[in-house]
Write a protein that binds this ligand. Sequence first.
Ligand SMILES: [Fe+2]
Length: 397
Amino acid sequence: MNSQPQASSLMPSANTAPREDLFLANGRLVLPDQVMLGAIRIVDGMIVEITEGDGVPNGAVDCQGDFILPGLVELHTDNVERHIEPRPGVDWPHLSALLAHDAELASTGITTVFDAMRVGSIHTGKAGYSDYARKLADEMLDARGKGMFKISHFLHLRAEICSETLLDEFAMFGPQDRVGIVSLMDHTPGQRQFRSLDALKTYVAKKRGMNDAEFEQHVAYLLSLQAQFGQRHEAGAVTEARRLGAVLASHDDTTAQHVETSARHGIGFAEFPTTLEAAQACRAHGIAVMMGAPNLIRGGSHSGNVAAETLAQEGLLDIVSSDYVPSALLLSAFRLAAIWQDVPRAIATVTENPAKAANLGDRGRLSEGLRGDVVRVTEAAGVPLLRGVWSQGRQVA
Ligand SMILES: [Fe+2]
């Protein structure tokens, strides 16, 4: 059971309150290879002891057979953006938004999050959007440094390849920012996530209120941006990820050729491949596949792409991300446990596998020597019912 954490290259979040020891007993501990009735003791933020049996020693909490899981690890969530801009055009005070986002994630069992922020903006044309990542990253890092967060936060820069300002925005980041993940995104219409123009039209029309003629102009404009910037920015983003020391992720790969290109770039994991073909190619290249929890829960993708459940049944699903619904992460792990009839395998998709993909060797498993990030949960009326969430042994929900 002894396992030393690898030194993480990422800076942990600083919490300043004193840590209390935590002793959870008579719980169903979800270990990497089995579910074991037992107890777990956390001292000074670290797991120090895991023992088998249903005893409840003095000073321990009786978990009454509830599941005890490692804290969930979320690699790609838009949730922070939702809090920053709660309605189109509304810029909510950022610190308040960050804290609400942090508390929301804690309340769903997530103890480590990579906050996705977009780099690459479009300043011209009707459907432009402006840059915010550097400023928001500063605010997030400042709050983290002051120990304001309940859970552990890292940076995920999602690079919009077909934008005007990608490389300028990257240049504002350096290795000192400890960017954890850079994902390569190309949302040009007619390809990848938006192969179906109808699905894009529904999405854009709702979000931006465009009529048919405006939508056509919008599509033509985005195609021209791809022609102008696509290749140079893709190569530039790969170079920048290396300079920043970040794990590189692909996004919305659709064909085996896309995956081959991603493999050449040295990507660590694939976000939301849109077809069975792409997921199979990932497997052939040894690239971990991440899918969205909402897709799994809804029984399909909102953009009409491959269903996460299909990939799960084909054995091609390694990591789940909450994407745009934080509470979907734990829910999807329970759903996978039912599909696979294998609790440890399902829980690994939201704990050990994402931690590994992001090079975090100090968490993701219930194992002596790792961080004391744990979740107590039972199931009621078909949904996970959280009874407690601890980050480094400190209760956060
Ligand atoms: Fe996408």
